[in-house]
Design a protein around this ligand. Structure first.
Ligand code: ADP
Length: 277
């Protein structure tokens, strides 16, 4: 089953800019998808369509089988949580707890239910001990995790994140990457936009390359070592692939990520041993 089914979607801003052009894409349930492309490719515009913040001018989008319409957009937002790039756009209540409880309170859950979902959501992002803290006292990375908890408290099937790694330090990036991995183990479909090919290559199981509002290509992470597509999407090869490319023996067997590099090196050392002895 597809979590998201985008069919021939076109979207034009009032300025006349056509930000999405006849775009079609299917994302199976449980996928980890990285959406890549140069600035202005239409990544944010596409993400805003997936929870009904924007509706297509042409074409349709199905979420877990239901077409998004103006009428059902509020319900769709419970199935698809969107984490904005800047947590300050999303985290604004007096305390971390109130912030995470904001969505569940709007759903008019009982106090006991609110307690349960907020406790679980803050636990999932490792921020329970900060529940009484005002968000302005948190680091950027901690605010980001609270923003994610606010989305999780709505128990979405699909979590969408607009550049979740932007402005995080390396440890913060690892924490968010681990968190996203954990959410995926819980069965959630995750789609994020990123400029970071290295992260996409080690985290995603599907990559989608956009260019000027059009789908360039979608498929597995091997696309990230396809130099034709990489060039067209204004990206560069993952750093591990660039390193291997400098060695003539490996130039035709570029690894996607560190694990892939280990596999290639392991094989090479074994074959080399056989050759020597
Ligand atoms: P990305 O997220 O890949 O950088 P965007 O979806 O933000 O791309 O933008 C896609 C195109 O739509 C760009 O040409 C951008 O200038 C234009 N665009 C984005 N937001 C607006 C807006 N609010 N009004 C008019 N044009 C916009």
């Amino acid at each position: 089953m597809n979590a998201i089914e985008i069919s021939n979607v076109t979207y034009c801003y009032e300025s006349g800019i056509e930000a999405l052009k006849n775009l079609s894409l299917q994302i199976p349930v449980g996928s980890k998808v990285a959406l890549l492309g140069p600035n202005g490719a239409g990544k944010s515009t596409l993400l805003h369509h997936l929870n009904g913040l924007k509706l297509p001018d042409k074409g349709s989008i199905k979420i877990m089988g239901d077409i998004i319409t103006k009428q059902n957009a509020p319900l769709i937002r419970r199935k698809v949580g969107l984490v904005f790039q800047d947590p300050d756009d999303q985290v604004f209540s007096g305390t971390v707890w109130d912030d995470v409880a904001f969505g569940p309170r709007n759903l008019q859950l009982t106090e006991a239910e609110i307690e349960e979902v907020c406790h679980a959501a803050l636990g999932n992002v490792g921020m329970l001990e900060y529940k009484h803290t005002p968000p302005y006292q948190l680091s950027y990375g901690q605010k980001k995790r609270v923003a994610i908890a606010g989305i999780l408290a709505m128990k979405p099937d699909i979590v969408i994140l607009d550049e979740p790694m932007a402005f995080l330090d390396p440890v913060g990036q690892d924490e968010v990457a681990g968190l996203l991995q954990g959410l995926n183990y819980m069965g959630k479909t995750i789609l994020l936009s990123t400029h970071d090919v290295n992260f996409a290559a080690s985290w995603a199981d599907m990559v989608v390359l956009l260019k000027e509002g059009e789908l360039l290509v979608a498929g597995d992470t091997n696309l990230l070592i396809n130099e034709t597509y990489i060039k067209e999407a204004n990206l560069h090869l993952p750093i591990i692939a660039r390193t291997f490319k400098m060695v003539p023996e490996f130039a035709d067997h570029l690894p996607i990520n560190e694990q892939d590099a280990y596999r290639i090196l392991f094989k090479w050392f074994n074959e080399k041993d056989k050759y020597i002895y």
